[in-house]
Design a protein. Structure first.
Length: 316
């Protein structure tokens, strides 16, 4: 048994939820009808160069339906996979879910928390879409229920953030994460592996920067080339700028990242899967996410290693 209360050699999100809630937890994505400042002209137009919202939004998410209706649809969609006593986190996933007046956030988040069986909310957003008033509101909610703000950071390199048309620098991400955590609100972060011009060595070294952030959870996934995005056009024009891994190479890299990752950070994802309805260049094929997790665990066992080993030893 590892320090995070799990027999797995990495700090799994399941272990984090068992410790936090004392029962199994299922996240239920909903679409609150938000947009993004990188789409409406406030920061830019067209969004980040890699972004295809369809690639990660379940088909039952529909902003024309109420949050309660979407939650009911999600529970019905997943019902067979829920063990008895499962609690739910309503996950505001699509686009930037704090990019609206505070009154709208209060209405939508309040509606989610009023749904039966809901143990809290997870709010996906950009670092440049929060302010003191919104964070104070989320902090007030967090004193009564579980709240996690999940920031899309993607890279700690300002050069990369400019390349992918992100519209903010890493300093903005650091400020948002620190301001959120200072209010005792759980913070998650999302990073993409394989962005242009980023080497394996740089990705491993970057873990030191991630460890310095007050994060509760983290997601990693490989860059995916979805048809119709500017990132796919860039890959077609300049493929040498991209690092492409086999599944085995990717698992080796992820294992080394986890060895360096602060052991109290729960790892929610190590790879992404594009739905079959979305055309994607060179996806993982038939290798599902759970197979990658098994490969990762096996690789860590083969190394006689576990999450945080490198971090812990380097601190001694």
């Amino acid at each position: 048994m590892y320090p995070w209360g799990d027999a797995r050699p990495y700090h799994s999100y399941a272990a984090y939820c068992r410790r936090t809630f004392g029962r199994p937890i299922q996240k239920l994505p909903v679409d609150g009808g938000f947009t993004c400042p990188n789409r409406d002209g406030t920061v830019g137009h067209g969004g980040c160069s890699f972004c295809s919202n369809e690639a990660f939004t379940p088909a039952y998410c529909d902003p024309r339906r109420t949050v309660r209706q979407q939650v009911d649809d999600a529970i019905a969609f997943h019902r067979r996979g829920f063990p008895a006593g499962t609690g739910f986190l309503v996950y505001f996933q699509s686009y930037s879910n704090t990019y609206a007046p505070l009154e709208r956030l209060q209405r939508l988040f309040g509606e989610a928390l009023a749904c039966p069986g809901v143990a809290g909310i997870v709010v996906g957003t950009r670092p440049d879409c929060v302010d003191a008033a919104k964070l104070d509101y989320l902090a007030d909610l967090a004193r009564r229920t579980y709240v996690c703000v999940e920031y899309g950071i993607e890279s700690t390199s300002d050069a990369t953030l400019r390349t992918i048309d992100r519209g903010h620098d890493f300093a903005a991400a650091r400020r948002a994460v620190e301001a959120t955590a200072a209010r005792s609100v759980a913070v998650g972060a999302h990073f993409i592996l394989g962005l242009p011009d980023e080497s394996d060595t740089e990705l491993l070294d970057r873990t030191r920067i991630i460890n310095a952030l007050p994060l509760a959870t983290v997601k990693f996934h490989q860059l995916q080339f979805v048809e119709g995005t500017r990132m796919t056009d860039l890959y077609d024009a300049e493929p040498a700028r991209f690092r492409r891994w086999t599944a085995a190479e990717y698992v080796d890299l992820t294992a080394e990242i986890l060895r360096r990752l602060r052991p109290d950070i729960a790892v929610e994802r190590i790879a992404g899967q594009t739905p079959p309805r979305i055309r994607c260049r060179r996806p993982w094929g038939n290798l599902r996410g759970d197979a990658l997790w098994r490969m990762l665990e096996k690789r860590l066992v083969e190394k006689n290693a576990h999450q945080g080993e490198f971090f812990v030893s380097s601190q001694r």
